[in-house]
Design a protein around this ligand. Structure first.
Ligand code: GLP
Length: 246
């Protein structure tokens, strides 16, 4: 695993945006896997800035998002589609016909998940997959469990994740309790995984990731099995050594 330990959130965001731009320069028709959440917001802002400055061209890029809540209308302010529009899609020259997210607002979530998996597979999976991590180590919405799904599927969110994500909703009751997410196999099929981590809340997950053991109770640890992972971590998420006095 390649590790880029940044001093702060701004450096982390710039490093991630540079990496994405270099990948697009090298392969203009890149399949770019995208994540939502607070962590990649700075990277998206930087990508929009770079596009405005003429430094990157998204016209041939295809994007595939990791996940989407179930039961929210697509235009709901907290849907991941809305997030992507506000943070990236509406500001750069991506072709709207080439930006994909699972549709969580459907009757048949299993059929939607299967169709999404097929679509991502037909694209050859992501060339570069941007990933965040939950406080509990979840990736996409693959929550800690004794066994993990390999393919795209509908899943229940843990109480911890519902609580963590309630900061974006008026109340915890409004947070969807289910989502459609790429499975760990879909994520691991990406050719290059770029994991972003920022904030003290992520320290435990990053420490477990770097601890050298695989455990489905901390799904991010599976990334140790991937041959091409870049962890871009800011200092607040970097695991501390326990001092002798503590
Ligand atoms: C969400 C998303 C994940 C994201 C994670 C962390 O639940 N499904 O893709 O990585 O939580 O979010 P944040 O970056 O806001 O801490």
């Amino acid at each position: 695993m390649k590790i880029i330990h940044c001093n702060n959130y701004e450096e982390m965001s710039a490093a991630a945006a540079n990496l994405v731009c270099d990948a697009i320069k090298e392969k203009p028709d890149l399949v770019l896997g995208l994540a939502t959440g607070s962590t990649p917001e700075g990277m998206y802002a930087e990508l929009c800035r770079k596009y405005k400055d003429g430094k990157v061209d998204f016209s041939k890029v295809t994007t595939v998002n990791l996940d989407e809540y179930c039961g929210l209308p697509a235009d709901h302010p907290q849907s991941y589609l809305t997030f992507m529009k506000q943070n990236l899609f509406d500001h750069v020259n991506l072709n709207p016909a080439k930006t994909f997210l699972p549709n969580g607002n459907t009757e048949d979530h299993d059929a939607e998940a299967a169709q999404y998996e097929k679509m991502v597979e037909a694209l050859g999976f992501a060339d570069v997959q941007i990933l965040g991590v939950g406080r509990n180590g979840h990736i996409g919405f693959n929550e800690p469990a004794e066994a993990l799904f390999t393919k795209t599927h509908m899943t229940a969110l843990t109480k911890d994740t519902v609580r963590a994500n309630s900061r974006f909703f008026a109340s915890v009751d409004e947070v969807p309790k289910h989502a459609i997410t790429m499975g760990v196999g879909t994520i691991m099929a990406a050719k290059h995984i770029v994991l972003l981590a920022s904030g003290e809340g992520k320290r435990a997950a990053i420490a477990t990731l770097l601890g050298g053991m695989i455990d489905t109770i901390c799904p991010v640890t599976l990334l140790q099995l991937h041959p091409n992972v870049t962890l871009i971590c800011d200092d607040s998420a970097w695991p501390r050594r326990r001092s002798a006095e503590a």
